[in-house]
Write a protein that binds this ligand. Structure first.
Ligand code: HXC
Length: 257
């Protein structure tokens, strides 16, 4: 498929999507949203792909939703078209998504990063929800996912003042899993995605589903859900292979079955 606002590549079992509107610091306009979601869904359906990787440029992961596109928007159009609703589809993908963030991840850019499952930041990364400075509020889940990720104190501070937080603060707050030197971000993020993509696909999907369940249910229900999926892993060939490989002191060769 031909895309204009993103670059799409395959690296073995990793599906790489690079945001590519450099002149607008990868601002997320409607075309980019639609192209991104279409490409991500295609990778999600593709049995040859085990993990997605999303990245931007050295200067910006994404500087937010496209302010110039939204400027003249009226309530009725925003409401009737359910503006930004396509982004919700990303949260329903079954394969893990790694986000590699360098530079600005603001507004919708921060929200896109939070829609991903593993968040790696370069030491140049800057996160924020500056919508308040434009007279609006986050619209792609920022007030919800940021609060769940870093708690009320920091979420209120960031959302109400619109200030940016650097990579170190983001890691301390629990928004990102690792901070790496900017020059190493691409290789390290690809290595993480390759590692995940090499694991048993059924186990990987069950794991993502199980971790996400922690946000949707009680602890007792969540543990029960995990236990059922754990039992189900014993129906896979990969469980037999993974455990045989351990006992035989060799690396496993998963067939994703
Ligand atoms: C449209 C954008 C943009 C955006 C940057 N640009 N961010 N265009 N939408 N979100 C454009 C600029 O207009 C400029 O275009 C070019 O990209 C380079 O940006 P500069 O501002 O010149 O770069 P710099 O001085 O380095 O400053 C970088 C920055 C700043 C600090 C990231 O661009 C910035 O504050 N951007 C807006 C961040 C923001 O408010 N995001 C939240 C958006 S609302 P020209 O043509 O002049 O070269 C949102 C959610 C909305 O995301 C949901 C609820 C409605």
């Amino acid at each position: 498929t031909e895309y204009e606002t993103i670059l799409v590549e395959r690296k073995d079992r990793v599906g790489l999507i690079t945001l590519n509107r450099p002149k607008a610091l990868n601002a997320l306009n409607t075309q980019l949203m639609n192209e991104f979601v279409a490409a991500a869904k295609e990778f999600d359906r593709d049995p040859e792909i085990g993990c997605l990787l999303v990245t931007g440029s050295a200067k910006a992961f994404a500087a937010g939703a496209d302010i110039k596109e939204m400027q003249a928007l009226e309530f009725a159009e925003a409401y009737l078209s359910d503006w930004f609703t396509a982004w919700d589809e990303l949260g329903r993908l079954r394969k893990p998504i790694v986000a590699a963030v360098a530079g600005y991840a603001l507004g919708g850019g921060c929200e896109l990063a939070m829609l991903c499952d593993i968040l790696l930041a370069a030491d140049t990364a800057k996160f924020g929800q500056p919508e308040i400075k434009l007279g609006v509020i986050p619209g792609i889940g920022g007030s919800q996912r940021l609060t769940r990720a870093i708690g009320k104190a920091k979420a209120m501070d960031l959302c109400l003042t619109g200030r940016m937080m650097d990579a170190e603060e983001a890691e301390r707050a629990g928004l990102v899993s690792r901070v790496v030197p900017a020059g190493e971000l691409h290789d390290q993020a690809l290595a993480v995605a390759q590692t995940v993509a090499g694991m048993s696909a059924p186990a990987v999907l069950m794991l993502k589903e199980s971790v996400n369940r922690a946000f949707e249910t009680t602890l007792a229900e969540g543990v029960r859900f995990e236990r059922r999926l754990f039992h189900a892993t014993f129906a896979t060939a990969d469980q037999k292979e993974g455990m045989a490989a351990f006992v035989e002191k060799r690396p496993p060769s998963f067939t994703h079955r």
